[in-house]
Design a protein around this ligand. Structure first.
Ligand code: GTP
Ligand code: SPV
Ligand code: MN
Length: 595
């Protein structure tokens, strides 16, 4: 494949990287199944992949116990001015950061092969797609990228024809000395991990981790952090959102894009099977949406990804049957438990807990073991095309017109099941003040409440105040063609700590209310925080839920909301002069309404 890439920029870049990283050899990927099979077979041979006898063409990986999730503390937005990265991002000066990282990259691929992965985010050749080239020394990354992005030799041809690409440099940061035995999951210690973005030159440098968003650079690094900065410059949007199509019994289609923080329900909602009769849900994307204003003046969304990198724990035939059917074959599982008959298992997969497992750390496990069998951030990697409810338009380069935006998060108290924004500006305020309890999708404490605006705190590649302004500007341009905005919380708990709302398929009831709001079929009651369903408007037919639970789900405790205000003020104060005046005004109005 060597000479196939005649793109001068690419060839020069690869040469530079090879000079710095000193791999034993360079391999140019072509994205074929043969390539995938060959690389996977090699990983089985070295013991880093385990064949799952019970699942056709599926494999289990166990990571190093230190390398199990994204590392937000080690993620950097490196702009020439610190202000341009803003208070929600870690910042280091680009010159200093590159010097430090060059030191780490020096000889870091010794004893390994350097793989060149040409990939497209979005359908190959579509005008909205972006091309990236990831260089990595991890065969696990290559196989995952095969599923998560479109990897193809055709991209070399496009590059030869002069197409632009986004360079993505990745190393696990674990050179091998001559004769040294490799670890099953080589990686660098936390203090040497760097997930770095240079949005001013569309460049990504990642070092030290092999896991998920740290290493599959098309996903959070390119399609969110770099793309969000490009989108602002170019007048479009790159969001941490699922995309789904909901069809009502009359055949009217609604397209919904929803932003929930990591491990807060996007994959589940995207593949949901409505419990309400006659309604149908199809999946377009489960994590990222790129949206542009179309010739009709509406916002059209595409899913730039090619697969799902989904949370395994909690996924079952009861909660997400479509995900279970998607992962029946051709799957890479990471940090799941292994059953004695050669299948995977994770907490919540089956009611019956297996009597014996090998846990994600490779140890014997029984129900008496104190630790979980699967890591809480264990994941499956699988092609989106394998999802039984994938929408026939999921690869349509024109995208789908968005009717509804949903924001939300994990709040065990205070926030009701659903409410609607008064208007776009208020909706942007809801997005900008969204808060959620932290999850194991990031290394760090779990269950701490934090502001996670638009579910983009870890993924916005520029100043978040400017990002809020971009949302307001998009609303001005869209005018009355803007999607309606709602806020949801599936995670409110009883004093005993039980979820009050059944969630999953029953979330369709909440989506139905949103659609009926759009049609003007149902009213809403005006409250301090927004528009809530009138009694009886949420379709609860066939649902066994105690009326007191429903009351609690819809209850607005003004005192508890007033208690949120100081935190929202602190949050807003961080953005200084970059906070749009319209959001300050929204906060004043909320204060007034709460009295
Ligand atoms: P990322 O891939 O990290 O961006 O996560 P995500 O937003 O796609 O979250 P996902 O759908 O994978 O859900 C994460 C966890 O929340 C899983 O364990 C789910 O079972 C659980 N979950 C999802 N939806 C619901 C819901 O409606 N109710 C409850 N109680 N749990 C849910
Ligand atoms: C998330 O954390 O939001 C994910 C998983 O989707 S990762 O790819 O690791 O970012
Ligand atoms: Mn995500």
């Amino acid at each position: 494949m060597g000479g196939a890439a005649k793109n001068e920029k690419l060839n020069k870049w690869i040469e530079e990287i090879a000079d710095m990283c000193r791999p034993d050899g360079i391999y140019w990927c072509d994205g074929t199944k043969e390539e995938y099979d060959r690389m996977m077979a090699k990983m089985v041979e070295t013991g880093s992949a385990t064949v799952l006898e019970k699942r056709p063409n599926s494999f289990l990986f166990r990571t190093d116990p230190s390398d199990v999730a994204r590392v937000e503390d080690r993620t950097f937005i490196s702009t020439s001015s610190k202000d341009d990265a803003g208070p929600t991002n870690n910042w280091l000066d680009p010159v200093d950061l590159k010097n430090t990282m060059r030191g780490l990259y020096q000889g870091c691929m010794k004893g390994r092969t350097m793989y060149v992965i040409p990939f497209s985010m979005g359908p190959i050749g579509s005008p909205i797609s972006k091309i990236g080239v990831e260089v990595t020394d991890s065969p696990y990354v290559v196989c995952n990228m095969h599923m998560m992005t479109r990897v193809s030799a055709r991209i070399y041809e496009m590059l030869s024809a002069g197409e632009e690409f986004i360079p993505c440099l990745h190393s696990i940061g674990a050179p091998l000395a001559a004769g040294q035995k490799d670890a099953l999951w080589p990686c660098a210690p936390i203090e040497n991990k760097y997930i770095s973005h240079f949005p001013e030159e569309n460049l990504i440098w990642s070092y030290g981790s092999g896991y998920g968003g740290n290493a599959l650079l098309g996903k959070k690094c390119l399609a969110l952090r770099i793309a969000s900065a490009m989108a602002r410059r170019e007048g479009w949007m790159a969001e941490h959102m699922l995309i789904l199509r909901l069809t009502n019994p009359q055949g009217r289609q609604y397209h919904i894009a929803a932003a929930f923080p990591s491990a807060c329900g996007k994959t589940n909602l995207a593949m949901m099977r409505p419990t309400i009769p006659g309604w149908k849900c199809e999946c377009i994307g489960d994590d990222i949406a790129w949206m542009k204003i179309g010739p009709d003046g509406r916002l059209h969304a595409i899913n730039p990804e090619n697969g799902f990198f989904g949370v395994a724990p909690g996924t079952s035939y009861g909660t997400n049957p479509m995900a279970m059917d998607t992962v029946r074959e051709n799957v890479i599982f990471t940090n799941c438990a292994l059953t004695d008959d050669g299948d995977v298992w994770w907490e919540g997969m089956t009611d019956e807990v297996p009597g014996h497992l090998i846990d994600w750390k490779g140890r014997d496990w029984t129900p008496d073991s104190r630790e979980e069998a699967a890591h809480p951030n264990a994941r499956f990697t699988v092609l989106a095309s394998q999802c039984p409810v994938i929408c026939k338009d999921w690869e349509n380069p024109a995208g789908v017109p968005i009717d509804i935006f949903i924001f939300g998060g994990r709040r065990s108290s205070v926030v009701p099941l659903v409410y609607e924004a008064f208007n776009w500006e208020h909706g942007v305020f809801l997005g900008a003040t969204a808060a959620s309890e932290t999850t194991s999708a990031n290394i760090g404490a779990v269950g701490n409440l934090r502001r996670d605006p638009f579910a983009m705190k870890p993924f916005c590649g520029y100043q978040m105040g400017d990002y809020f302004r971009h949302w307001l500007d998009m609303g001005d341009t869209l005018g009355d063609k803007a999607p309606r905005i709602f806020y949801v919380n599936w995670f409110r708990k009883s004093p005993e700590g039980m979820f009050l709302w059944p969630g999953f398929s029953d979330n369709s009831r909440v989506l139905k209310w949103m659609c009926e709001r759009i049609e003007g079929k149902v009213g809403a009651r005006k409250t301090e925080i927004g528009l809530l369903p009138n009694d009886g408007d949420l379709d609860l037919s066939g649902l066994d839920i105690a009326p007191e639970n429903m009351n609690e789900l819809m209850r607005i405790d003004s005192g508890a909301w007033r208690a949120e205000l100081p935190d929202i003020e602190r949050h807003f104060a961080e953005f200084g002069a970059r906070l749009p005046a319209k959001l300050k005004k929204q906060l004043q109005e909320l204060k007034k309404r709460l009295g």
